[in-house]
Design a protein around this ligand. Structure first.
Ligand SMILES: Nc1ncnc2c1ncn2[C@@H]1O[C@H](COP(=O)(O)OP(=O)(O)O)[C@@H](O)[C@H]1O
Ligand SMILES: [Mg+2]
Length: 380
């Protein structure tokens, strides 16, 4: 049996290229077809680099040739992946770096109450324990909690003179320099008033503060994916974002939105990864017993689905809550499973920051421009 090349090509016209609506011959994906008796060798180039897409294309080709051309044809398929070059980013212009601050890591969550502030506070003290210079900016206008978590609720940042300019001096606790929106707003003030004040206060806390040299400035963002996030991302070049979620379905759905917010073209802040907080409950006296009260490994699976790193899991432990309430983050304990969990998490975050800085240009602050009545987001 001699196979006809034309027939092979005609058969291949039945296979469409996903997303293009064209068949693979039209689309130019078929680079070469060679026939040796009952053997067919086909060279294909496809744009989708996933193994699944390659397998799918292979299976389709085998099927169609066996059914339309010759059922006993021996088929060899060489697939080359030719992923389109990453879309040129329109917005790749330098933002306003903050002198002396090496990395700004935003901690976000879609949903409130998942432990974003707890994770941020413990990340901060763990980084400080590791010897990094750490700052923490509490930008959560809905519920600034850092002053309490760091036992400085009664303090106010002082003014200092830096090169003839008056600057705000962060409050220092457990080796972490801290400023909080809570120092500037009244707890009983309506959120709608806190919004505009927050933007102004945030700008001051970022640019008119005497942070000095920092390896990391952590940002405790408000929950959700709203305007306030945009205004923060306009103001500062964020190195990367950490998204906190519990394993629970409702929290995961919101965490997904959080990841999407950072990844949208106009914002484009690299997501360093996802943290699973309250991953399981463990009683302090029986640390081997784990109870998956919010579900098991939900955040881990989400990170796999979204293709972002999984940074670690933090158990639900009574002492973490108590430590937060008394103003001494739990990670300050020594030689406990809690300290260890935060240490593992912090190491992954540092690792992701390092590899992010190797592979990507600095993130620029974004700027909103109004075009024909609709607002588009653009980098400065
Ligand atoms: N891993 C944990 N174990 C025990 N309690 C936790 C844990 N994470 C957070 N909490 C508690 O849950 C509550 C909400 O946490 P918080 O960090 O304020 O959440 P968010 O900032 O996301 O609103 C706080 O009372 C906190 O102490
Ligand atoms: Mg909070």
């Amino acid at each position: 049996m001699k196979i006809d090349k034309k027939e092979v090509l005609k058969a291949l016209e039945h296979i469409t290229v996903p997303g293009e609506g064209q068949n693979m011959v039209e689309a130019g994906a078929v680079k070469n077809v060679q026939i040796f008796g009952d053997e067919v060798e086909i060279d294909i180039t496809i744009a989708n680099p996933s193994l699944q897409a390659r397998k799918k294309t292979e299976v389709e080709i085998l099927k169609i040739i066996h059914s339309e051309v010759y059922e006993k044809a021996k088929i060899k398929i060489n697939i080359k992946v030719d992923a389109p070059a990453a879309k040129p980013k329109v917005n790749e212009i330098k933002g306003k770096p903050i002198p002396g601050i090496k990395n700004i890591v935003a901690v976000a969550s879609g949903k409130g109450g998942v432990g974003k502030s707890t994770v941020t506070a413990n990340l901060a003290v763990t980084l400080a324990k590791m010897g990094f210079k750490v700052g923490l900016l509490d930008a959560d206008i809905y519920g600034p909690s850092m002053p309490i978590m760091f036992d400085v609720a009664n303090e106010k940042p002082l003014a200092v003179n830096v090169n003839g300019k008056s600057k705000m001096k962060p409050v220092e606790s457990y080796g972490v320099k801290m400023l909080s929106i809570g120092f500037f707003t009244q707890p009983n003030q309506a959120v709608i008033w806190r919004g505009p004040m927050a933007s102004k206060a945030l700008n001051q806390m970022i640019f008119d503060a005497a942070w000095g040299e920092l390896d990391f400035l952590l940002l405790d963002l408000p929950p959700g994916t709203g305007d306030i996030h945009l205004s923060i991302m306009q103001a500062m070049p964020i190195t990367g974002a950490v998204v906190v979620s519990t394993p629970q379905e409702v929290a995961l759905a919101d965490a997904k939105k959080g990841v999407a917010m950072f990844q949208q073209d106009s914002i484009n802040v690299p997501v360093l990864g996802i943290v699973e907080n309250m991953a399981y409950f463990t009683p302090e006296e029986l640390p081997k017993n784990k109870y998956y009260i919010f579900g098991k490994e939900g955040a881990k699976h989400l990170s796999e689905d979204l293709g972002v790193p999984f940074l670690g899991e933090i158990p639900l432990v009574q002492s973490i809550r108590e430590a937060g309430d008394v103003g001494r983050p739990a990670a300050l304990q020594t030689a406990t499973p809690v300290e260890e969990a935060f240490e593992e998490l912090t190491k992954s975050v540092v690792q992701e920051v390092v590899s992010r800085n190797k592979s990507l240009p600095p993130t620029e602050a974004i700027k909103i421009t109004t075009m024909a009545g609709c607002s588009a987001v653009k980098k400065k």
